[in-house]
Design a protein around this ligand. Structure first.
Ligand code: PNW
Length: 466
């Protein structure tokens, strides 16, 4: 209750959307139900050695059956919004053709459930679960996949567009392209630099074609968006430039400025001639968006490697020989000062403020929404409580940073905490807990952590509790 917290005096604007986020494969389970067929993540997780502990999303949080309980939790916490994603293989089990009605019905019930509880739905069409048959046909490196995505977007838009008013095409296309096809640490696990660049372009194209498809079927004028994970870079200028090109501007260039950056094309010239970019693509891609989704977790410290000694690789991407940064082979990632989260990611709230100000500088009239921010820590469930003081502190410091950006005039519309629930953390399986709500993987019982109760206070009062 309010008596437990002192008032910091930091007030968030009226209408600011406090919420939390999840993604289909990470929480739903029911991998074989109601016509769903495998995505690339089902295949990847079943491949020995790819996911820690051999974990899969077969059951996950069983959200597919427990969605009503989960929405009750969101409502009881007093959150305004819930960011969720739609599993493409539930809608089109083979990746093309007509919609699987049972799949659409699930999301239709979910959206109705949100509206009944006064929760604003923020829908993401693609949070990494590509139908396996589309990967078998070549996956994101193939142009056809972008067209398949637009058809899928139209099916979902037609079914939910009367009730969903915030649409996000893609979640973190950088991860899909460069962790999936470059470093190979995410599905589909390929290590082909050219394929990664082709994937990036076709994801950009999918976004643009997807928005056009949605505009054709969704009534009125909802908000359209895309969510990017930005690299917030410190260190040597030339190294910063190279990573900024292949991590950030490879997306913001085409999406928001209608062109790929010249320096990126030069850096990657030995890998790709970019002839996969066809006439008209950049016009298709650069659709006006109403919101830019921003995912932020930490910063990176980079320098050029002089070719002697050991090249440092203290980035986020696990042990991999293959680089997720084509064209930036001389860049090394240096260890950064702590403290760290359980992911080994450095805690740097200043980076969030810096990122928001930098986005405002680069794209002055673009409204922003934080679509993910949060932290994994080792939680202990004891007597029905999880005293996750470190996560609470992480969130408090990042909300404070976001507030500093708001005070400087950044047009920030909301903040979705990653994640509502402990869930399947990709290559780390269930070993990393990001939830503000604890999930017991034996009983699947949900328990709001202290951080959730703190966040509830913030959402209800719009004033940051101390
Ligand atoms: C994001 N990296 O993933 C995703 O959108 C979520 O699904 C995920 O659970 C969350 O962040 C926490 O990891 C990322 O290696 C995964 O740079 C990896 C990276 C970045 C984001």
């Amino acid at each position: 209750g309010s008596a437990d917290y002192r008032d910091s005096g930091l007030r968030f604007p009226e209408g600011f959307l406090f919420g939390s986020a999840t993604a289909s494969y990470q929480i739903e389970g029911a991998a074989q139900e109601d016509g769903r067929r495998p995505s690339i993540w089902d295949t990847f997780a079943r491949t020995p050695g790819k996911v820690l502990g051999g974990d899969t999303g077969d059951i996950a949080d069983d959200h597919y059956h427990r969605w009503a309980e989960d929405l009750d939790i969101v409502r009881d916490l007093g959150l305004d919004a819930y960011r969720f994603s739609i599993a493409w293989p539930r809608i089109q089990p083979t990746g093309s053709g007509e919609a699987n009605q049972a799949g659409l019905d699930f999301y239709s019930r979910l959206v109705d459930g949100m509206l009944e509880r006064g929760i604003t739905p923020i829908a993401t069409l693609y949070h990494w679960d590509l139908p396996q048959p589309l990967e078998d046909a070549g996956g994101w490196p193939e142009r056809e996949t972008a067209h398949r995505f637009a058809e899928y977007a139209a099916l979902v838009g037609a079914a939910l567009g009367d009730r969903v008013r915030t649409w996000t095409t893609l979640n973190e296309p950088w991860c899909s392209a460069f962790l999936g096809y470059g470093a190979g640490v995410h599905a589909p696990g390929r290590t082909e630099p050219l394929a990664a660049l082709r994937a990036a372009h076709h994801l950009n194209l999918a976004h643009g074609l997807g928005i056009q498809a949605l505009r054709g079927v969704v009534p009125g004028d909802p908000d359209y968006s895309v969510t990017l994970n930005f690299a917030v870079l410190r260190g040597e200028e030339e190294a910063v430039r190279q990573i900024d090109a292949v991590a950030n501007r490879v997306f913001t260039g085409p999406l928001l400025k209608g062109a790929y950056p010249e320096d990126l094309l030069a850096d990657t010239a030995s890998v790709a001639d970019w002839s996969f970019v066809q006439d008209g693509d950049l016009v298709d891609i650069a659709q006006r968006i109403d919101l830019l989704g921003v995912n932020y977790y930490n910063t990176a410290l980079v320098a050029l490697w002089d070719g002697t000694g050991v090249k440092e690789s203290a980035d986020n991407h696990g042990d991999t020989a293959a680089s997720p940064y084509p064209g930036a082979d001389r860049v090394q990632f240096l260890p950064q000062p702590g403290p760290y989260t359980e992911m080994g990611w450095n805690i740097a709230p200043d980076g969030l403020e810096e990122l928001l100000l930098s986005l405002r500088r680069q794209f002055p009239d673009q409204p922003l929404m934080i679509t993910e921010n949060g932290a994994a820590f080792d939680d202990v469930l004891e007597d029905g409580h999880v005293h996750d003081a470190e996560r609470l502190d992480y969130l408090r410091r990042h909300f404070t940073a976001a507030h500093r950006a708001l005070e400087q005039g950044v047009d920030l519309r909301g903040y979705q905490v990653w994640s509502l629930l402990d869930n399947f953390e990709w290559a780390y399986g269930y070993s990393k807990r990001f939830g503000i709500v604890h999930v017991d993987y034996e009983t699947l019982a949900r328990t709001p952590k202290d951080s959730a109760l703190w966040y509830s206070e913030l959402a209800r009062t719009h004033v940051l509790p101390e």
